[in-house]
Design a protein around this ligand. Sequence first.
Ligand code: AMP
Ligand code: GLY
Length: 421
Amino acid sequence: MKILVIGSGGREHAIIRKLKESPKVEKIYAAPGNGGISRDAECVAISAMDKEGIVKFSKENEIDLVFVAPDDPLAAGMVDVLMANGIRAFGPMANAAVIESSKVFSKNMMKKYHIPTADYETFDDPARAMAYIEERGKYPVVIKADGLALGKGVIIAGDHEEAQAAVREIMEDKKFGDSGNRIVVEEFLTGPEVSVLAFTDGISLKPMVSSKDHKRAYDNDEGLNTGGMGTISPNPFYTPEIAEVCRRTIFEPTVAAMNSENRTFKGCLYFGLMLTPDGPRVIEYNARFGDPETQVVLPRLKTDLVDIIEAVIDGKLSQLQIEWSEEATACVVMASGGYPLSYPKGLEISGLDENGQVPGATVYHAGTKYENGRFVTSGGRVLGVTASGATLQEALEKAYRAVGKISFEGAHYRTDIGKIR
Ligand code: AMP
Ligand code: GLY
């Protein structure tokens, strides 16, 4: 098979590495890919949002399968366009990707189908939102832009002033553009967070092994929210009992709800959960693999990923047994100094070769370029240094040992990934 993977981050690198293990795969292309990906796949200079370009390339190169990994092209209907052109594609159609791209939609859906989530109200008028928050008078309060915002559209406001400022920034200053035309104002929940990715063909759903993301920029969960600074799998808080409650009250009801709304979801559905004292609640849905969750989840997959993708597309997922390794995995993100705000690019990365000396460690490239025989930084999150081990401790120790061998000017990483508080 010839497979085209759309996207350019660490998630896509991990997907490509896993696809390469399949005996069914003859050739992998990435659009646009990155420096590290270019060593594993042929990168083609087509934007992840260029629907016409992707269709044209797929036809000309007789691509058998297109894997659409990022949220933006899914929300923009990339899968719809590929399918209309007779090209097999993995990922939800736009009408189902809305579960991520509109928080107003997903909150209303959860309310309608009694899927447990934080209490909320939605607003399209800033004055009304402010009046509601004032009248409610409970802080912290969580304010979320409706649309996609690179994982940054959520503000936890500690008091009245912060809440009013958040509403202003999102709805009036349009900090996240049109994503802030509407907002969700919701109850602040507490408890450990869990990420569960699941394959679904719209009929059955198969959860993958659990993981835990570390979203804040600095140790001890301080600093700004980022796309994710590191992950571990499995998530130690996610017991088999909790998994069963989630399956019954959240996962299966979500698949059924999307079908009832005529928005059948096929692909990878991501459940961002909080284990509150009152039980598991949905914090957010994503319509895709998480980044950097994928970097710790896919290495544990033992079943051929191509077989799973085909079963999802063909509606035959229930017939497939999916197997996972018992090992633990950890991913430490090395980011550019300054991320998630502004940061320099083009800095040389050294130590990537020696990293091969830590057995069981893998470096997924997130924001790199390969230029004149060397890797340079080209994004906020630069590398996802990942390792597996018999225990979480062993995986973390290996990952941090590998991190220690890699350097670039201003490199920043958290030193407390996997620490359970
Ligand atoms: P999201 O982008 O929706 O995943 O939100 C980003 C982060 O904000 C989450 O990972 C949580 O840590 C936090 N968050 C979102 N919603 C809530 C909530 N209702 N209560 C407490 N924290 C929240
Ligand atoms: N790591 C969180 C996400 O992919 O949205």
